[in-house]
Design a protein around this ligand. Structure first.
Ligand code: BV8
Length: 234
């Protein structure tokens, strides 16, 4: 089914799109980090209970970013945004900056960003490329402690309103490199219209594969450039 040229596309990405850049997925770590389940480290309760552990978890991941590069899949999605006549909304669950560095602009980090912090006092969202700890203070208000600008388990993801608004009117919804474990992202495929084309691109079927009409199995750096070329008709 060919898409109208002005159609709105929504692309959802997960850790699998960054895997070939060298960033571990949650499944690779089988959800474990320093013998903690990620769900136990990435929660407000964990931050309250043991802030040093949670700061360390994010410092380690933030430090790994300069050493990795966007891959062909990230670059292909940036090309799609540039060359597609209609809107392309890229919603990522990833907290790395690889889509940003690949050139995607109409990009929503629904689970936050490693390179940002948030003031617990004035709630300012801050660029934060370096390490963060309990002594870190907000440069905006000068006194608040700072937390990672990350949506933890049990917290409300960012930009949900605009995401659902775009899902309702998109002609194509494609999910790339996400296991379908985590909600509400895993439920997005159920929020599109009855005519919307749905495609899952993944190394293996996700938990919600049955909800997609089309499936492409393989690595993101193979599947995504080919999928984008097909959409652009080139
Ligand atoms: C919410 C930031 C309400 C942190 C993340 C009990 C108590 C409390 C909550 C819940 C509960 N039970 C359920 C919930 C809801 C919970 C949830 O879903 N839990 C799960 C564990 C069951 N969700 C929440 O708490 C969310 N908030 O529900 O608020 C609400 C709801 C709706 C509306 C308003 C309010 C908040 C969830 C956000 C948590 N934060 N990230 C951090 O990064 O440290 S989630 C984190 O894990 C990632 O962001 C990502 O979303 C998720 C991992 O998923 P994936 O990205 O899919 O990665 P994964 O490793 O799982 O899979 C990789 C995939 O890639 C695989 O399929 C693999 O095959 C594929 N792959 C690998 N290599 C390649 C590849 N594909 C292609 N090419 C390759 N080379």
């Amino acid at each position: 089914m060919t898409l109208p040229r002005e159609a709105t596309l929504v692309i959802l990405t997960g850790a699998g799109i960054s895997a070939e850049s060298g960033l571990r997925t949650f499944r690779d770590a089988n959800g474990l980090w320093e013998n903690h389940r990620v769900e136990d480290v990435a929660t407000p309760e964990a931050f309250h209970r043991n802030p040093a552990l949670v700061y360390r978890f994010y410092n380690e991941r933030r430090r790994s970013l300069p050493g990795v590069q966007p891959n062909a899949a990230h670059l292909a999605l940036a090309r799609l945004e540039r060359e597609w006549a209609g809107e392309v909304l890229l919603v990522t669950q990833n907290v790395d900056d690889l889509h940003d560095r690949a050139g995607s602009r109409n990009l929503l980090h629904m689970h936050g960003e490693l390179l940002k912090g948030r003031c617990l006092g004035c709630h300012a969202v801050l660029d934060w490329p370096g390490d963060m700890d309990s002594d870190s203070r907000c440069p905006a208000c000068g006194r608040g402690r700072v937390r990672p600008h990350i949506v933890w388990f049990g917290e409300v993801p960012l930009e949900m309103e605009s995401i659902y608004r775009t899902l309702e009117r998109c002609a194509l919804f494609a999910a790339i490199g996400t296991s379908g474990h985590v909600y509400p992202a895993a439920g997005f495929v159920g929020a599109v219209g009855p005519e919307t084309r749905t495609v899952e691109l993944n190394l293996e079927p996700s938990r919600v594969a049955d909800a997609f009409r089309e499936h492409r199995a393989g690595r993101a750096t193979d599947l995504v450039p080919a999928f984008v070329a097909e959409l652009l008709g080139s």
